[in-house]
Design a protein around this ligand. Structure first.
Ligand SMILES: C[S@@+](CC[C@H](N)C(=O)[O-])C[C@H]1O[C@@H](n2cnc3c(N)ncnc32)[C@H](O)[C@@H]1O
Length: 159
């Protein structure tokens, strides 16, 4: 299966880059992983709702261009569905069995995902109602994808 992780903005912190590199290496055993970054928009402190919408929309257009037509799109959304790691593993496995060969996970920028991307989404996944920084979400998502493949392959992983 091919997995694309689509994100907004460049990863800045070296400790996050190291973690992403480590999980990307581990995932190489299970899938073809592709990490795609699109440019972020400058978001000043006090933006109007219209200003925020404009930023989400510009970043959203860039994200949409990177989403292949045949991909099953999983957007990371705070208000999405909260599921266990086992359920996420089952979901990835059953999508593969149903003939889906490409999963695209999409993480929003600092002010979230635009309407266009939400409309293209096939499934909204939540990591809980807490808000996490988008850069950290990359690491958390890769860890959960890795955990999923360990579960699917009935391989041990620390609980
Ligand atoms: C800093 S958050 C954006 C916050 C923005 N106010 C919103 O409501 O989307 C950046 C991105 O990280 C992801 N994210 C952050 N916390 C999350 C959570 N608990 N569950 C799922 N995705 C999350 C989402 O993709 C979000 O667009």
């Amino acid at each position: 299966m091919k997995i694309t992780v689509l994100t907004v903005g460049k990863l800045k912190e070296s400790y996050l880059k190291d973690a992403v590199k480590e999980y990307a290496k581990r995932l190489g055993k299970y899938c073809r992983l592709e990490m795609e970054e699109v440019a972020d928009e400058k978001a000043p402190e006090h933006l109007s709702p219209a200003g925020e919408k404009g930023i989400r929309s510009k970043e959203g257009e860039r994200l949409l261009k990177k989403i292949p037509e045949n991909a099953f799109v999983i957007t990371l959304e705070i208000e999405g569905e909260e599921i266990s790691s086992v359920k996420l593993a089952q979901k990835i496995e059953s999508l593969g069995i149903s003939g889906i060969s490409h999963l695209a996970f999409v993480i929003g920028g600092s002010i979230g995902l635009g309407e266009e991307v939400l409309q293209r989404s096939d499934y909204a996944l939540s990591f809980g109602r807490l808000t996490y920084p988008h850069q950290l979400m990359r690491v958390m998502l890769l860890e959960q994808i890795y955990r999923s493949f360990r579960i699917i392959n009935k391989e041990p992983y620390h609980k």
